[in-house]
Ligand binder design. Structure first.
Ligand code: AMP
Length: 215
């Protein structure tokens, strides 16, 4: 099973990606998490990516394509994978096609999350995350029990550097300009299934599962 999740920042892809990989036992390739751990590790990739991420810009295609191409050839991806946050541009989608053809794989599920922009803004500007286990919270709708402390581990609950009001607006502009044409590219191939991503995590998860082709 090879799944791509598409949708604006803050549409809930990350939360559902975790649920889907738990349900279908396939690896989750979340490019934002891969880059954030490279930044934390201070690797060459992290140093290159950090400035783009903090300003809300996209990391250059060549870097991202190389990262995913390498990851997709690892053994655990042979039986399937879930992509979350990649592709984000038409060039990335085209490169993914080439890579899949080279390893004789086809993407069988392209799922687009639909959430109104007003809700996206509300979700992103209140979003909090545990810096250790990655658990998600929201300052207003789902705060941690003890302010600043994760309910599940001893990590700290923080705001992502790129979730400030200005950077969120920049990321949404980048999404419209660079990522929406990529969605149009998949739509042109007739493979996109749209999912109403407003509702509880369980409701959205059930909608996704009912759409997924389990070949
Ligand atoms: P995310 O966690 O998916 O919102 O990604 C956080 C940031 O990582 C983005 O704003 C970009 O700077 C960078 N990033 C993640 N995935 C990609 C990608 N496929 N192409 C370019 N930049 C990316």
């Amino acid at each position: 099973m090879r799944i791509i999740l598409l949708g604006a920042p803050g549409c809930g892809k990350g939360t559902q990606a975790q649920r889907l990989t738990d349900r279908f036992h396939i690896p989750k390739l979340t490019t934002g998490d891969m880059l954030r751990s490279a930044v934390r590790a201070g690797s060459a990739l992290g140093r290159e990516a950090e400035q783009f991420m903090n300003s809300g810009a996209l990391v250059p295609d060549a870097v991202m394509i190389g990262l995913i191409r390498e990851r997709l050839t690892e053994k655990d991806c042979a039986a399937g994978f879930l992509l979350d946050g990649f592709p984000r541009t038409v060039a990335q989608a085209e490169a993914l096609d080439v890579t899949c053809r080279a390893v004789r794989q086809t993407i069988d599920n392209v799922l687009e999350f639909e959430v109104p922009e007003s809700e996206i803004l509300q979700r992103l500007t209140g979003r909090l995350v545990c810096d250790k286990c990655g658990a998600g919270y929201h300052a207003v709708t789902q705060p941690p029990q003890i302010a600043g402390k994760c309910d599940r581990c001893d990590g700290n609950v923080v705001r992502r550097a790129d979730d400030s009001d200005t950077t969120v607006r920049k990321r949404l502009n980048v999404y419209r300009e660079a990522t929406e044409p990529m969605i149009a590219y998949y739509a042109g191939l007739g493979v996109v299934r749209k999912v109403n991503a407003v509702g509880t995590v369980d409701e959205v998860f059930e909608r996704l599962c009912s759409l997924i082709d389990r070949n």
